[in-house]
Design a protein around this ligand. Structure first.
Ligand code: FES
Ligand code: FE2
Length: 491
């Protein structure tokens, strides 16, 4: 059954943060009435409120006066009123005239029964043609699983036969005629044919045509249709990661298969079972993402290339490729870090749902791709253990320059190099005595790590540095003398 072994190492889909491009679901339109609502991302929490005029607005859920949660306040004349000292906030004339009290965060829109919000309004709002008109069921779930697990589950063709065997899953037939493509830079579509379980077949008919769309950053919908009887069902799931281990699902369903009195109650209980007792129960059993990064995604089942394709075009991947492309240009030094800065800035918003990046950084060799100190055509490799660091640079004239330092993990993805020494290894075998470098220390914060790329920011300089995981043994060590090898061993 395991058809091949993936050559790439594991990756997790990054949990969308509040700054991630695209539209994020806040809640269903029907759920936001007069009481303000606190909603969260892994990075920040916000308050949404519906003014008396029906408009929905969003601010940080922290009062600009003394920090009360605004979601505990109430709506007054379209403004939100802080529960502590009554400050009125919102874009209206009766709000406090101060800029902070007037300013909203991002843009809010209601579409297909969902309140959507974006900070970077550069994608179209997720729209599903088949969900137009009356929607039968809209239900919210808090799933105890990372965004990565939820997103993969939606793209996974193999679990229905096991996890959904007591509902629609067919234990005998896999999906057939599976095809997939990117429709635009943020919409991915797969199509397939499926034969449901015996009990569901009575409703859906023998073979169904299905499409499944994924709209970045976190919305997906699945349509099952039967051309024999012209019926269809759409299950639409808009997701929002709240923490690294919890994801909120807003599930909408529209169906013409079951059309009898109380059929929406039947559909609703069917969805409850599939989402909570089947998918939700399985997703709670998943190992943490950082462990998966080490041990998982090494086997590929027949249709798992769909998941790889879904990952291949995600925005972080595009940004990573831009950085690699830039590093291969003739530009260097500060000009290079200047050009890389906006890309790094954006990539940092896609950090993975793994909170502690240090274990992924340590004990791995990293090629320096972009750094203010890097000269073109030199090859620099950094290697960090729990307490030490070496950075080896091979110059174009064959000289190898070794920098060694002590290393300290300072928590919150911050690291610190100190006691920096430099040693030169000349091509003729001569080794210069280690000299202490004039600058004492180098502090940094890791902002992003994927399977391939690591980016960090210098504490003092504010400069971005980009590294690529070193996948092949480098020849720098081989070319050096015996003494050099012994010296390295002693470090
Ligand atoms: S803390 Fe909100 S008005 Fe004072
Ligand atoms: Fe499922």
């Amino acid at each position: 059954m395991f058809s091949s072994i993936l050559l790439v190492l594991g990756f997790v889909f990054p949990a969308p943060r509040s700054t991630t491009h695209g539209w994020h679901p806040i809640t269903f339109s029907k759920s936001l009435k007069s009481k303000p609502l606190r909603f969260s991302f892994p990075d920040e929490s916000f308050v949404a409120w519906r003014g008396e005029n029906g408009m929905v607005h969003v601010k940080h859920d922290c009062c600009p006066h003394m920090g009360s949660k605004l979601s505990e306040g109430y709506v007054k004349d379209n403004c939100i009123s802080c529960p502590y000292h009554g400050l009125l906030m919102g874009p209206y004339d009766n709000a406090h005239p101060d800029g902070y009290a007037r300013e909203l965060v991002g843009v809010t829109k209601e579409h297909q029964g969902i309140i959507w919000w974006t900070r970077t309004n550069n994608f179209d709002i997720p729209h599903c043609d088949d969900l137009e008109g009356h929607i039968d069921v809209q239900h919210e779930y808090l799933i105890k699983a990372s965004f990565n697990d939820c997103w993969r589950n939606a793209a996974d063709f193999h679990h229905p036969a096991v996890v959904h065997k007591n509902s629609f899953g067919n234990t005998l037939n896999s999906p057939t005629n599976v095809k997939h493509e990117w429709i635009n830079e943020y919409t991915f579509r797969s199509t397939f044919e499926y034969i449901s379980s015996e009990s569901y077949k009575r409703i859906t008919g023998k073979k169904t045509n299905n499409y499944h769309e994924f709209v970045l950053p976190s919305t997906t919908y699945n349509c099952v249709s039967n051309s024999d009887n012209n019926k269809k069902m759409v299950i639409h799931v808009a997701m929002r990661a709240e923490t690294p281990t919890t994801t909120r699902w807003f599930v909408s369903c529209k169906n013409t298969f079951a059309n009898f009195p109380f059929s929406s109650n039947v559909i609703e209980s069917m969805i409850n079972k599939v989402v909570t007792e089947e998918d939700g129960a399985q997703l709670e059993k998943m190992e943490e993402d950082h462990v998966k990064m080490k041990h998982s995604y090494k086997f590929k089942l027949e249709h798992d290339d769909v998941i790889d394709s879904l990952a291949s075009q995600t925005i972080p991947n595009i940004l990573e490729r831009k950085l690699i492309f830039l590093s291969e240009s003739k530009i260097s030094g500060n000009k290079m870090t200047e050009l890389a800065a906006p890309i790094c800035e954006e990539l940092a918003t896609y950090n993975s749902s793994v909170a502690d990046l240090m274990p992924l950084y340590k004990n791995t060799k990293w090629d320096v791709l972009i750094a203010h100190y890097k000269s073109p055509k030199t090859n620099t490799v950094e290697y960090v253990t729990d307490s030490e660091c070496t950075e080896t640079t091979k110059m174009t004239n064959g000289t190898v320059y070794l920098m060694s330092a002590d290393f300290e993990d300072r928590g919150d993805n911050k690291g610190h190099f100190f006691n920096l020494y430099a040693t030169m290894f000349h091509p003729n075998g001569e080794i210069s005595n280690p000299t202490k470098l004039p600058f004492g220390a180098h502090g940094f914060q890791i902002m992003y790590i994927s399977d391939d790329i690591m980016i960090r920011k210098g504490d003092v300089t504010g400069n971005w540095e980009v590294f690529r995981k070193n996948k092949v043994p480098i020849d720098i060590y081989e070319e050096s003398s015996h003494a050099y090898a012994r010296f390295i061993e002693k470090l």
